[in-house]
Write a protein that binds this ligand. Structure first.
Ligand SMILES: Cc1ncc(COP(=O)(O)O)c(C=O)c1O
Length: 414
């Protein structure tokens, strides 16, 4: 990637960016949430749209000379509506957590009850964690997975909802590898007269491509990040029914944020356009095929996957129970060979959060590089050898060479 001006002006920073580019080129990214945007998105993000202030929404700006900016933001909104069949879309939230905050703050009163998939069960911090505003301001009630099947226990959720009568139920997660039953969520929300919020930060790309059922028709509000499976700029989005549109727009501006970052909204418009093309669907189909191949190969090698399968783009791998290597040691070994992955808690994990039993893996980034089933089989093999030999430098060196060869075969940015 050319950094001509930066190199002349600030060599130190240019070199840091080059080093990070080199790292990304030569490692296979399997940390759930990380993906690679296109060159077109990078260009829009770095464009001169960053120079313009554009307080408020298209057609209602406080400052003048926003005609072109209005067109950019309106384009992003139209494309998002088409992609998700949403009645109303707000593209201004700065990220996924502020998007959730805007929804909470405007649709709930302090002290209202919220039902969430608790953090140790893979809900997100911004839904109800004790260190987050959500816990401080609202009464947070958790729901859980079934301990035996490791699947979402919808009967138990229904029972908790009917007993506690929450004002809002959140369906959303950071590490669940199975499909959610949106219809059942809607039925449960209706039975206790609750608002239904889906946070689709992880699965939005699969939903946009029609691989996972779209929750938008079932939910009152849907929030998402745009940089995970969607492969868009780092950002947030809120979709909602028309009746909440005014409240959501007010919550984002002026309540929570002020000026939107139009260069990033432009990046999003480009990415929405990419997502409307048939290649995007092919990409998402391959993401799932790759995840299922990886899961199958790991299981063939005797490694347990949570719930035994993945319907989507990620999985949790039991390194401690299957290979007697803790999540932390496994993460170090994988780092040495160039497979970027993170240790992760699983529900009912008996080990501590900083050194849990599991590793979380995902395939969207490797799939963006063009990797297919054959490469997933090789990655599974490298994974098992690296974790099993986490203290054997010569085996780790050999695996590092295999990862470098794969990266060279599938370059990131030409
Ligand atoms: C389900 C879910 N919601 C929200 C977020 C927060 O997104 P952001 O990091 O953009 O604030 C994440 C991030 O990992 C997530 O997994």
């Amino acid at each position: 990637m050319e950094l001509t001006h930066l190199q002349k002006q600030d060599e130190q920073l240019a070199n840091l960016i080059k080093n990070e580019t080199q790292r990304q080129e030569m490692e296979i990214e399997m940390i759930a949430s990380e993906n690679y945007v296109s060159q077109a998105v990078l260009e829009a993000n770095g464009s001169i749209l960053t120079n313009k202030y554009s307080e408020w929404y298209p057609g209602r700006r406080y400052y003048g000379w926003c005609g072109i900016i209005d067109e950019v933001e309106t384009l992003a909104i139209h494309r998002a509506k088409e992609l998700f069949w949403a009645e109303h879309v707000n593209v201004q939230p700065l990220s996924g957590s502020p998007a959730n905050m805007a929804v909470y703050m405007w649709l709930l009163q302090p002290g209202d009850k919220v039902l969430w998939f608790s953090l140790d069960q893979w809900g997100h911090l911004s839904h109800g964690h004790p260190m987050n505003f959500s816990w401080i301001l609202y009464e947070i009630v958790p729901y859980f997975l079934d301990k035996e099947t490791e699947l979402m226990d919808m009967d138990a959720l229904e029972k908790i909802a009917l007993e506690t009568k929450p004002k809002m139920i959140i369906a959303g997660f950071s590490a669940y590898s199975r499909d959610l039953d949106w219809k059942r969520f809607r039925k449960i929300a209706d039975a206790c007269d609750a608002i239904l919020l889906a946070d689709i930060a992880h699965i939005a790309g699969l939903i946009a491509a029609g691989i996972i059922e779209n929750p938008v028709p079932y939910c009152d509000v849907v929030t998402s990040t745009t940089h995970k499976t969607l492969r868009w700029p780092r950002w947030g989005i809120i979709m909602c029914r028309e009746k909440y549109a005014k409240a959501i727009d007010r919550a984002v501006f002026p309540w929570l944020q002020w000026w939107p970052h139009e260069n990033l909204i432009a990046g999003k418009a480009v990415a929405f356009w990419e997502a409307l093309k048939p290649e995007f669907k092919e990409y998402q189909i391959q993401v799932v095929k790759n995840a299922q191949t990886l899961a199958m190969k790991l299981q063939d090698a005797g490694v347990k996957i949570v719930s035994g399968w993945t319907d989507n783009h990620l999985m949790l791998v039991d390194t401690f129970g299957s290979l007697w290597v803790s999540g932390k040691d496994a993460e170090h070994a994988l780092e040495k060979v160039g497979l970027s992955a993170n240790k992760n808690m699983v529900p009912y994990d008996t080990r501590p959060p900083m050194d849990p039993s599991w590793i979380r893996l995902w395939t969207p980034a490797a799939t963006t590089r063009g990797m297919r089933e054959e490469q997933m089989e090789e990655i599974a093999d490298i994974f098992v050898l690296a974790v099993n030999n986490h203290d054997n430098e010569s085996v780790l060196d050999e695996q590092r060479k295999r990862v470098i060869a794969l990266c060279k075969d599938f370059p990131l940015y030409a």
